[in-house]
Design a protein. Structure first.
Length: 255
């Protein structure tokens, strides 16, 4: 046999071996079809296929991060918003992801977009801004129910950004400012109430013991005198002179 014949035979053998020997990585599975009929998923590791009879399609089992484009929707309280999100999912059934859906990544993307618009339309703006975690769980549950027949498991859905109209942003800012002013007034009024209650209690104590008023008056004089003023003018309460006036009147009656 000429050399060219041996070379051709060797080339055919190499081609057949390359078609027969398949290696699947740890994070992959090989879905095998034999004459168009599903045989099953194999891997990881090394295995053999029947050339021209078996066909294989690899499926990645790692978590896929899917960005959901910004979706415009009208909330239940008639506010137009634009919201984007991110979806984390992975293939748990390689056979179903190949047989039951043509492109599971694109299908998951489309169902995520429609679900996001639907959930936003059933929610108020306050829920979207203040209870985002609840909406994330609701989105994850709905999308996972739709993708489960495809062998897809949706683990997490996160709303990333919420874009509001300029008019609504100004209204929210004004509302927040009014809320801060309201809280400040309440705190100030509460402080005034506590101060008045304390003063009323102090007045009640002083009314039962007039000597405390005189001691407070003398303490005030001491504080004023400590300021080193050249001239000090202060009123003298008549209560301080009453004992001396009473003593003088008693002496006159004695005479």
């Amino acid at each position: 046999m000429p050399v060219i014949g041996w070379v051709a035979i060797a080339l055919i053998v190499v081609i057949l071996l390359s078609m027969a020997i398949k290696i699947v990585r740890e994070y992959e599975r090989g879905v095998i079809f034999r004459l168009g009929r599903l045989v099953g998923a194999k891997g990881p590791g090394l295995f053999f296929l029947i050339p021209f009879v078996d066909a294989m399609q690899k499926v990645d089992l790692r978590v896929i991060t899917l960005d959901v484009p910004s979706q415009e929707a009208i909330t239940r309280d008639n506010v137009t918003v634009k919201v984007n999100a991110v979806v984390y999912f992975r293939v748990v059934d390689a056979e179903a992801s190949v047989v039951k859906v043509m492109d599971y990544i694109r299908a998951t993307s489309q169902i995520s977009q429609t679900t996001l618009r639907s959930v936003l339309g059933q929610s108020d703006l306050d829920d979207l801004l203040a209870h985002r975690e609840m909406l994330n769980q609701q989105l994850q549950q709905i999308i996972d129910e739709h993708t489960d027949p495809w062998g897809i498991k949706v683990s997490t859905v996160e709303i990333k950004e919420v874009e509001l109209p300029q008019q609504m942003q100004r209204a929210i800012a004004a509302q927040a400012e009014a809320e801060r002013e309201r809280r400040a007034k309440i705190i100030h009024a509460d402080g005034e109430f506590q101060a008045s209650a304390t003063l009323a209690k102090a007045g009640e104590i002083i009314s039962h013991n007039p000597a405390t008023l005189q001691l407070r008056y003398l303490q005030t004089l001491t504080e004023v005198a400590s300021e080193k003023n050249s001239t000090l003018i202060f009123p003298l309460p008549i209560d301080l002179l009453m004992p001396f006036m009473n003593r003088g009147s008693v002496k006159e009656e004695g005479k």
